[in-house]
Each structure stands twice: as C-alpha cells, then as structure tokens.
Design a protein around this ligand. Structure first.
Ligand code: ADP
Ligand code: MG
Length: 693
C-alpha cells in the first residue's frame, strides 16, 4: 500500500508555502527538523500576543502593547550609524514615530510608503514627550481588520515571527479534511473536535488557557499520535507472535544441574520470572520479553538459567552486552558457572580481529560454541549461527529497537529476552517496549545494606578528600565518576584526566583512570587492578555506568551530579552496595543549584527505589531526557508529552488492542481511516507491518 493520496498536501515540501524560499527553507528545516508541511503544522504556539488594545495615538498609554491605524507622513533616515531611522505617522489625534535601528532606506520605503494607511503594533514608548514604537510589527495595510490575538511560536535565527505566521497560515490552507479514525463514542465523550478543526484551533489560540497541553484540541492531536504509535506496536507484536517460534523443553539436564549447583537460593521474583519465561519458551509462539530489574536484582542468573533451555534442546544461546567491559565481565562470571557443566562458550567483541575472529566466527557457525557472549559484533552481517534459539540482550536501553530485531533475526523464531536495569516509567515502557511482554524483578537478593547518599558542594571537595583518605587507609575501594562534558568524548576525557592528576598527586599510585577512548586491553588491565585491590580509586567517565560488578567497592563519588539524569545517577550508585559492607554515594554539585536540580538531587538522597526515581525524573525533566533520548528507542513525538499525556497513551493502547482483535487487516471504514492515521505519523514503517500481517 502506498501513501493515501489524501495526505499528499501534508507531505509536500515547505517550499510550496507562501513566503518560503530556498534560503528560509533551510532555516525552517532547522527549526522543525523536517521539511514537510505537516511538520510545520505540528509546530505548536507557546505564547500569545494580545493585540486587542487599539487606541488612537492620543489615547495610547506608555508601556502598553498597542495596535494603531496610522498614515505614513515622512521618513528620516539615520544620520549616523548608531542613530535610528524614524518613520513619522499620524492619525486624527496626533503623531507617532516608528523607530528602527540599522534600517535600509530603500527597504523602508517599500514597507512604509508615504501617504499609505497601515496598522502597526508594538509597545508605546515616550521619547522627549513624543510617543514612539521601537521596531513595530507591521500588521496590515489599514483596510482589513488586524487579528486581535496572535500566536507566538518558538523561532530560530533567520525566521521571524512574521515569516513563521505567514508560512503557517499558508500551511493551514493545505490541511485536507481527513476521514475520522477515532471511535465515535470515545470522541464524543471527550468532546474532541475533528482533526481538521483541531489543527486550525491549535494555531488560533484565543487565551492563555488554549495553550494548555490538556485542551480538547491538544488532547485530540496527542491522542491521534498515541493511537498511531500503539497501533503500530500492536501490529508489530501481532506479526511477531505469528512468526513461528521454537518450542523446547524447560527442565532438561543442564538446567537442572545448574539449579542444583547455585551457591544461593533464588529470590521469589527470580522464580516467578523464570516461570514466565518457561511458559513462553515451551509455547509455539515466539518469546519477546523484557526483564526489568533494578541494579543488583539478579538478572544475570535468570538469563543464564533461561539459556540452558536452548542448550538442552540442542540449540545455541547468545547474550549481547552494550560494552566490551560488560561482555567480558559476563563471560568471566558465566564461565565459572558453565564450564564445570561442560558447556562450550566463547566471547566475541570488536577486539577480536583477523585470524582470531575467524576462528570464533567459525565456532559460531559450526556449532562448536554453544553459548556466545558479545557486543554489537554479534549482529554484524558476517556472523552466522548454526542454530540460534535464544538471545539475551543486556541493558537494552543502550540498543535501538532495530538492533534488537537484527540479533533475533540471526535464527528462525529466536526467543528474545531483553534485560534492562533502567527502571522505565510505565508510559515510556508502552512506547519503547510496547511490543514486549514484561517481567519485573522487584525483589533484591537478601543481605543488601542501604547506601547512604550525601550531597556536597564542590567547595567542600577538600573535606571530602580528607574523609576518603581515612577510608582508603582502611582498605576502601572508590569509584570517582566525572561527567560527560557537552556530549563530547574528548572534553569528557580531559575532565577525567585532570581529576586523575589531582587525585594522583594526593594518593599516588593507588589511583587509576579509565575512559571510553582507551584501548580495550588497557581498560581491562585497569579494571583488573581495581578488582584485585591494587587500585583504591578508579577515576572514570560514565563508561562504568552499566553493569560493572566489583563487590568490594563501597564508595561512589559523582562529580557535577546535577548534570546527570536521575536514572543515570541511580545506575552509577548501583555500582556500590554490592558486597557485605556499608556503602556511600557522594554527589558533588556546583552551587547554586536551580530549583529543579535541587529537587532532583534530593530525590536521590531520599530513595533507592529505581522506579520511583524514574517516575520523578519523567515528571521533572520530561520524557526526552529520561533515558538519554536518542539511544533510548523512545519515539520523538510531535504532539505528545509523555509526562503529561500518559493516560491518553494507555487509552490508545487499549483502543489499539481492540482494533487488532476486530479488524487486524484494517479493512472496515474505520480501519481505512486508521490507515491514513498510521501513514500520517508512522509512514511506510507501519504500513509494512500491515502487509506482512
Ligand atoms: P543485575 O540485575 O544488576 O544484573 P546481577 O545479576 O549482576 O544483578 O546480580 C548481582 C549479584 O547478586 C551477583 O553477584 C549475583 O551473583 C548475586 N545474586 C543474584 N541472585 C541472587 C540470589 N538469589 N541470592 C543471592 N545473591 C544473588
Ligand atoms: Mg546486569
């Protein structure tokens, strides 16, 4: 199916709009991140200009925004560069000066022709007892009525308020009347307007209330987008379930053996989760399951036991981690479990090159390797598995949805377990993991001690270092995390290097440095030294954020903590408190803190509950930032703000489920309209799922 023709005008290039030429086009693209008319229509007003005060010149009060009908009398160009250009105007009651800096006479004459009637608008100033407006807006030619209230939009360099308004008015003219895809009852209950009307009203706010994200207009537009998103996910899910999965045993010899040699007993949550996984695995349809569990909740062993099912059925299992360090760490810790059972496993990362890599990939292909641990290297096209049956993806938020699919496509109907330690607020989970079933490890293994979290301003750093000295004498091991500087790896590293030098001058060779630009084996060496206790302080960039396990580490110092997301702080803090000893987390910040930053950091002090933290983070920062946007797989919405429209999203999910039940091919009249909706928001992508289904 190709694009419904009714959408054509919305998909046209902005060039089609009046006032948009090749030069402004570039600026527009920067402003709205796209170039279609629909994208411009989704650019929402954020403010109003109230031009309803329309006095005569004599009545106009200083300081007020006035809109006045005038006639141009004369131009007085600037006599020197820094002096203004003046255009004197009049009405029946007096005269008014329009004042411009850096204006060109030729242009001014075309805009304000002498003798012409005009409507100008701006704040009234009084200069030497005479009223004037500095840089007025030229509203109209004096014949028509000026709009009394004007929307104001976010702008960018090269696009003025006026140019944007003009383009938007022109864009509204392109908006077609689309068929209704909403359930009529639901629409009526919410008193929502038609799509077309909603767009028009969106761009013609009459009062401050109209800018609220919960107006019927904005809710409807947001709901549409939620529905498109959830329907796409539902279609994708429907299709994946239909793909033939592998049904295999869940109580084979290897699994039984592994269970019997575990050095601890499983938590209730681990047992429950394993049951959920077993049910999926023994069924014919393919498993797509998300395992959410806070740091330290014991996800790895759940993955390990699940992988045994595949091996017991004569298939391979793979586990993919986002970094080299993590992959190696999983490999090392799983090896101690698996090797005694006679399981053959390998680790493949970007580090393996040439001949070594050929040997490893050979073992993957001929089945000599039963368990394959690795990084992104695993889903490269050149990697072939003999018979991959089960894939685990650790710390999913570091991978995109397509990477998830890529790995699972390495076999036929591969069962997939996605694991994440980033607690995801429910609303976000619906959008980025909506195609997955969810298991939650909401119980930690026994014996964990709470971590004390303390806030320090950077001015107190010396005091804190004194305290660390005493701890180091007692044998403490400390992580010291330096923040990402402006998203730049290089600056990032510089900050860490500087801190390293300072600490080295105090603590000597007990300090180590690790960052993302080091070679893998350099990183390994440092990590080994820290694990073994040769190093007391490990200065790091955020490379240690995920997964690293050094139970002896008890102190986490995070510099410029106010720059991190809460979820990230929570992850980092989770690196300590893993052994039997009491642990601490020091959050260093630069004062003064903004109100939000203060609130965020105090949440860290108050709770260790990752879910609570992520909900708060969503509330305080909005969805975009919670998972670190781009890599998170959370779609970029036009009308939806997940922090606000969560209930709409949940309703859309239920709506989508019903639609799939009743009309999976979308052939009823409502189904036809929904196709238009899907195409509008999801483009070809969603339509593909339709065809496949
Ligand atoms: P995460 O969920 O953060 O990946 P891990 O799987 O690394 O957590 O587990 C953290 C630690 O807890 C590991 O040292 C692991 O051996 C231990 N562990 C896991 N499950 C249990 C359990 N049921 N009882 C005791 N310790 C456990
Ligand atoms: Mg883990």
């Amino acid at each position: 199916m190709s694009r419904p023709f009714i959408l054509d005008p919305l998909f046209r290039n902005l060039k089609a709009l009046s006032g948009v030429g090749p030069r402004t086009l570039k600026h527009f693209e920067r402003l709205i991140n796209d170039e279609r008319i629909f994208d411009l229509l989704a650019h929402k007003p954020i403010e109003l200009i109230d031009r309803s005060y329309t006095p005569t010149i004599a009545e106009a009060e200083a300081g007020r925004l006035a809109t006045i009908k005038v006639q141009v009398l004369k131009h007085t160009p600037a006599v020197r560069r820094n002096l203004p250009y003046r255009v004197r105007c009049k009405d029946d009651t007096g005269t008014l000066d329009l004042v411009f800096f850096r204006a060109y006479q030729e242009y001014m004459m075309t805009q304000y022709p002498i003798g012409e009637g005009l409507i100008v608008s701006g704040k009234i100033d009084v200069y030497r007892d005479h009223p004037q407006i500095v840089h007025p807006e030229l509203i109209g030619d004096g014949t028509g009525e000026a709009p009394k209230i004007e929307p104001v939009y976010p702008l960018t360099q090269g696009i003025s308020h006026k140019v944007l308004l003009k383009a938007l008015r022109s864009a509204l003219g392109f908006a077609p009347k689309l068929p209704e895809w909403l359930d009529p009852e639901y629409k009526k209950k919410n008193k929502w307007p038609d799509w077309n009307k909603a767009l028009e009203t969106l761009h013609a706010p009459q009062s401050q209330e109209d800018l609220d994200p919960n107006t019927s207009v904005r809710s409807r537009l947001a709901y549409d987008e939620c529905l498109a998103n959830q329907l796409t996910i539902a279609l994708m899910r429907h299709r994946q379930k239909k793909l033939h999965g592998i049904s295999y045993t869940t109580d084979g010899p290897l699994k039984t053996k592994l269970l019997s040699v575990l050095p601890f007993s499983l938590t209730g949550a681990q047992i429950r989760t394993l049951k959920e996984i077993d049910t999926d695995i023994s069924s014919k349809s393919r498993m797509m399951r998300l395992l959410q569990g806070d740091v330290g909740s014991g996800k790895t062993i759940v993955a390990a036991l699940s992988m045994m099912n595949a091996l017991d059925s004569g298939m391979q299992a793979a586990m993919m981690a986002p970094t080299e360090i993590l992959a190696r760490q999983h490999y090392d810790s799983l090896k101690t479990l698996f090797e005694p059972l006679g399981i053959r496993m390998i680790c493949l990362t970007g580090r393996n090159k040439g001949k070594e890599r050929d040997i490893l990939t050979g073992q993957i292909k001929n089945g000599a390797a039963q368990i394959i641990i690795g990084t992104h290297a695993l889903f490269q096209d050149s990697i072939e598995f003999q018979n991959l049956g089960f894939a685990v993806i650790d710390e999913q938020h570091r991978f995109g949805v397509d990477q998830r699919l890529k790995l699972s496509n390495k076999g036929k109907g591969v069962d997939v377990l996605v694991m994440t330690a980033t607690p995801i607020p429910r609303t976000l989970a619906l959008t980025s993991y909506g195609d997955l079933d969810v298991s939650v490890l909401d119980e930690k293994p026994p014996g964990r001690k709470p971590i004390d979290t303390l806030l320090f301003t950077t001015e107190k750093i010396q005091e804190m270092i004194e305290g660390l000295k005493r701890q180091i004498e007692k044998g403490a091991r400390i992580y010291w995390v330096c923040p990402l500087v402006e998203e730049s790896n290089i600056l990032d590293v510089t900050a860490a290097e500087e801190r390293f030098q300072i600490l080295e001058s105090i603590f000597g060779e007990k300090v180590g440095l690790i960052h993302g630009r080091m070679k893998p084996d350099e990183k390994d060496t440092i990590m080994q030294k820290f694990m073994g206790g040769d190093l007391s302080i490990l200065v790091a960039t955020t490379v240690i954020e995920v997964g690293v396990n050094v139970p002896e580490a008890t102190i986490m110092v995070i510099e410029s903590a106010e720059r991190f997301g809460l979820a990230q702080l929570h992850q980092l803090r989770g690196r300590v408190g893993r052994g039997g000893d009491k642990s601490y987390c020091f959050l260093l910040y630069k004062s003064p803190l903004s109100q939000t930053a203060r609130e965020r950091l105090s949440i860290m002090r108050e709770t260790e509950d990752g879910f609570l933290i992520s909900e708060k983070d969503l509330e305080l920062r909005g969805s975009g930032d919670v998972l670190g946007t781009k890599q998170s797989g959370v779609p970029e919405f036009k009308f939806v703000d997940l922090a606000i429209h969560g209930t709409l999203l949940a309703a859309a999910r239920d709506d989508a489920k019903l639609i799939i039940q009743k009309d999976v091919k979308l052939t009823t009249p409502r189904g036809e309209a929904l196709r238009t909706l899907l195409y509008l928001y999801e483009g070809d992508q969603a339509i593909q799922y339709l065809q496949g289904g």
